[in-house]
Unconditional design. Structure first.
Length: 333
């Protein structure tokens, strides 16, 4: 692995100062490091648009970025909080149980013990062409997406264009369904961004998956207090029923007016370059009896799907998983 400098920041200000001081180098923030160090750097994943880091700033040593707090029913989670701590937290389990389930579905217990929430949300795609050293794809600054003519069985069925990666984060899918927001800091100051606006698809910028610019990093995630009676659902289908990424996942959060859908969110993982909010499904459910309409509403995902040569099965999987998650949420909440 290429040599790099490592700094343990003890405060947000120190982390920002370190990024400023190393602005002429390729400096990156690191959490647990399972993706950045254990994956990208050890495998020498790089290209014209993807430089290997010269400097790493560790933020797991910043106390204010570790932990979970509740205020007025909303929940704030530090980006350096481990996935295990998120899934095991009593308030998360009691009030946001589907987030706990989504977090538990990530990787293995070992990785959840040191992997962080921020790291999971901001991890790079698992595309085997992007990770393969012999493929100078669009995402590495090249001029071709090898999934178009290659093995694309796990690639995007919605919103590809140029690059057909799928977003790998289970927690990002669940958090978008919960209408979460991210707090960002860095050399350009502070800002708070809704998850709806946080992720960046290849149509906007093929070289990245979120709005973070060089010298910026996520510090906290906040979930607003859910309305009384809110129902939640989470499902994940994997190729292997062990520690694996989602073929398709579905996170749902909604309120009812009697048996009818009042307001809510349906978000899919594993089907698009970003966590995909299925508004066509939400619109089909609006004002309708959820149980009676679940199948027809779920089928609306077919109207926006554009499968590739080997992944049309994902369209059927997505429709079926949406329907099942809706019915589970109605019966189990």
């Amino acid at each position: 692995m290429r040599a790099f400098e490592l700094y343990d920041a003890t405060s947000i200000k120190e982390a920002v100062d370190l990024l400023k001081a190393n602005s002429t180098k390729t400096a990156r923030v690191v959490g647990g490091g399972s993706d950045l160090i254990g994956g990208l750097m050890k495998d020498w994943v790089h290209g014209k648009g993807l430089a290997l880091p010269d400097v790493l700033v560790d933020i797991t040593t910043i106390k204010e970025l570790v932990g979970i707090s509740e205020s007025g029913g909303s929940l704030t989670i530090g980006a350096a909080t481990t996935l295990a701590d998120v899934s095991d937290h009593k308030t998360v389990q009691d009030k946001f149980g589907r987030l706990s389930q989504a977090t538990l579905s990530v990787a293995s217990p070992l990785i959840r013990n040191f992997g962080t929430l921020g790291g999971n949300i901001n991890q790079r795609p698992r595309c085997w062409f992007f990770r393969g050293e012999d493929f100078n794809c669009y995402k590495k600054g090249g001029d071709f997406c090898y999934a178009v003519t290659g093995d694309n069985r796990y690639h995007a069925i919605i919103g590809g264009e140029l690059c057909y990666i799928v977003h790998p984060s289970d927690t990002a899918t669940a958090l978008m369904a919960l209408n979460a927001s991210a707090k960002i800091t860095g050399v350009n100051g502070d800002k708070t961004v809704l998850f709806d606006e946080y992720f960046t698809g290849p149509r906007v910028d093929v070289l990245r998956e979120n709005i973070l610019k060089p010298g910026e990093f996520m510090t906290h995630v906040t979930i607003p207090a859910p309305a009384s009676g809110t129902k939640f659902g989470w499902s994940k289908l994997k190729d292997r029923q062990v520690y694996d990424f989602a073929l398709t996942s579905v996170a749902i959060s909604f309120t009812l007016d009697g048996p009818n859908w009042k307001d809510g969110r349906v978000v899919l993982g594993g089907v698009s370059p970003v966590p995909y909010r299925a508004k066509v499904v939400e619109d089909a459910l609006k004002g309708k009896d959820v149980k009676a309409t679940a199948k027809a509403a779920a089928a609306q995902i077919r109207t926006v799907a554009r499968p590739m040569s080997l992944n049309a099965y994902k369209v059927d999987v997505a429709a079926g998983l949406i329907e099942r998650t809706l019915l589970d949420a109605m019966g189990n909440n």
